[in-house]
Design a protein around this ligand. Structure first.
Ligand SMILES: C[S@@+](CC[C@H](N)C(=O)[O-])C[C@H]1O[C@@H](n2cnc3c(N)ncnc32)[C@H](O)[C@@H]1O
Length: 310
């Protein structure tokens, strides 16, 4: 294959595996999805950032104990896959210096616009980087690296997963922590043929431009051997005259199992300090909706050798 054609194909594959957040309409919709707006993880991640700012780690305080936005920046945090700043902005408002990295220019564009409306002291705490979490070099280290709301599951191959974890480790200060969530895989749901049919997530949501949104999701294809499904989320946007626009968010999504993730982390020089089952810090059980890993750098660990193809 000619070089240009091959590069074009690689770029297309990367765009798909970065979660499909390439369309500006999707970035605009992201901030209006009820389940994302009300997701109960912001307090958790802001709490982690605040807790790592005072030196050693301690349990995160509740929301009332969060510091005011005044005062000097505390911890330096790196958020991988920061999106439109759903977690990043509240973290910066809490007085934390934070760098956000994302592969989607559309998502970063929305974040930049929102940041411009923040007070100057909040703006000063934020640095945004357009980049791939599987290969970045920011030339500095951080007390905490977070990957909130499952961007790690947009990494489809073991090579990508290990590249991300290795990069993250290189950017962590001694004693630093990597904190991220993935969903707890439910084998019944993942294999359910009924999920090939569109199922409604929400309807009747009034959007900022006056239209009304409905969304469905379905599994388009299942790749059991490679542990990922092709997912399609369809937004139906209806205006006052009844005209409907259909906007599709299509992406492959990888599931990881608890011990697979623990082995992966160990292979990349981390040890699991905590595993929570939800953002209320409850322990991980069969019924937990999330797997939230709090990982620390293992001392003396070497960087892993490149893995074989999965
Ligand atoms: C579900 S959103 C989460 C955004 C944000 N962390 C939040 O909690 O709202 C997933 C984000 O991961 C980003 N992403 C996916 N793959 C990526 C990669 N390889 N490198 C950097 N960002 C990536 C997407 O562009 C998207 O903004």
């Amino acid at each position: 294959m000619a070089l240009a054609a091959r590069e074009g194909k690689e770029k297309a594959v990367k765009a798909a595996s970065s979660g499909g957040y390439v369309d500006e309409r999707l970035a605009w919709l992201y901030d209006q999805v009820p389940a994302y707006v009300s997701r109960e993880d912001v307090e958790f991640f802001v709490g982690e950032a605040v807790a790592c700012g005072g030196g050693g780690w301690r349990p995160a305080p509740g929301p009332k104990a969060l510091p005011s936005a005044s005062g000097s920046p505390r911890a330096a945090v790196l958020e991988l896959g920061c999106g439109t700043g759903r977690v990043l902005l509240p973290t910066a408002r809490a007085g934390i210096e934070i760098t956000g990295l994302d592969l989607s220019e559309a998502m970063l564009g929305r974040l930049r616009a929102k940041l411009a409306a923040e007070p100057e002291e909040v703006q000063r705490r934020v640095r945004l980087v357009h980049g791939d979490m599987c290969g970045f070099d920011l030339g500095r280290r951080f007390a905490l690296i977070t990957i909130p709301f499952r961007p790690f599951q947009h990494l489809i191959t073991v090579e990508e997963q290990m590249a991300c974890l290795t990069c993250a480790r290189r950017h962590l200060a001694d004693g630093g922590r990597l904190v991220f969530d993935v969903f707890n895989p439910d084998l019944g749901k993942l294999a359910d043929p009924a999920r090939r049919t569109e199922a409604e997530d929400f309807s009747g949501v009034r959007l900022a431009d006056g239209r009304t949104a409905r969304r469905t999701h379905r599994f388009v294809a299942r790749h059991q051997a490679e542990q990922y499904n092709d997912i399609e989320m369809a937004y139906y946007l209806t205006d006052a005259e009844g005209r409907t626009e259909r906007v599709v968010h299509a992406f492959p999504f990888r599931h990881v199992f608890r011990y697979e993730m623990e082995h992966l982390l160990a292979r990349c020089g981390f040890r699991v300090a905590k595993l929570f089952g939800n953002f209320d810090r409850s322990p991980f059980t069969d019924a937990s909706p999330q797997m939230i890993f709090v990982a620390e750098k293992s001392e003396g660990a070497q960087e892993p050798e490149r893995t074989s193809k999965p």
